[in-house]
Design a protein around this ligand. Sequence first.
Ligand code: ZN
Length: 63
Amino acid sequence: MANPRRKNSKARSRNRRAHYYSRLEAPTTMECPNCGETKLMHHACPACGQYRGRQIVDRKEIA
Ligand SMILES: [Zn+2]
């Protein structure tokens, strides 16, 4: 079986994880331009159901 010759150093692991460690928690949020509610980026607003100025989800479906 192929085997790694050396254990990865802490610096090597941390260096690799530097790209996503900051994103493990707290997804990026923004204020909905329509109703001002806090919502996830690139997602339809949970309050008014709009995304990029278009009605995507009917409010009656949610509430
Ligand atoms: Zn909204």
